[in-house]
Design a protein around this ligand. Structure first.
Ligand code: GRF
Length: 202
């Protein structure tokens, strides 16, 4: 049985596209059954629709609290039978209650080699810091921001003439490989969490 996946998005959805493409490959152990966006016009919604995947828009603004918004998403995910939730450019912080409810079944992609450059504007900050290697990380989500057990990382060189945009493009190419790879590991049940480490078996 393929694992049922829900993807939370807010924007252009290129990582969603990578996951949709992977799930379309024969033998991939997961299928995307629902895409939720908090932004009504997000391009990611068009990508999901083009792949024939159901979408739901849940704008965050009308909700009285983060918890109430998260509860609405949680309800939609559970109703769709989702077993694994992927954050793919989802630009809202999640409440501790939501994160705990999906413990070890919730993953995120971050455009930096964690634990370096948590938070926003990672490419600008990497250039300012003068690092020679940068990259992306797929990790299990814990209540602490960008801090959970690491599943997959990919590194890219930083070139002397890089701008945030050229560096972002180089990292993004790796994101599109790393995210499906991490989803595969989790969907195949090959991830064991020991403290803050994810041990991959097989
Ligand atoms: C990616 O860089 C991802 O790492 C970050 O937000 C961006 C989303 O891009 N969390 P996209 O919407 O997947 O194209």
């Amino acid at each position: 049985m393929r694992k049922k996946v829900g993807v939370l998005v807010s924007g252009r959805g290129s990582n969603l596209q990578a996951l949709l493409d992977a799930c379309g490959q024969p033998g991939f152990p997961a299928e995307i059954v629902l895409v939720i966006s908090n932004i009504p016009g997000a391009y990611a919604l068009e990508r999901a629709a083009a792949a024939g995947v159901p979408t739901t828009v849940i704008p965050h603004k009308p909700f009285p609290s983060r918890e109430a918004f998260d509860a609405a998403m949680d309800e939609a995910l559970r109703a769709a039978g989702v077993e694994i939730v992927c954050l793919a450019g989802f630009m809202r912080l999640l409440s501790a209650g939501f994160v705990t409810g999906w413990k070890d079944h919730l993953i995120n992609i971050h455009p930096a080699l964690l634990p370096s450059f948590k938070g926003l504007h990672t490419h600008e900050r990497a250039l300012e810091a003068g690092v020679k290697l940068h990259g992306c990380t797929v990790h299990l989500v814990t209540p602490e921001l960008d801090d959970g057990p690491i599943l997959v990382q990919a590194a890219v060189p930083v070139m002397p003439d890089d701008t945030p945009d050229t560096l972002a493009a180089r990292v993004l190419e790796q994101e599109h490989k790393a995210y499906p790879q991490a989803l595969r590991l989790l969907a195949e049940g090959r991830v064991r969490v020991e403290g803050n480490r994810a041990v991959v078996t097989g």
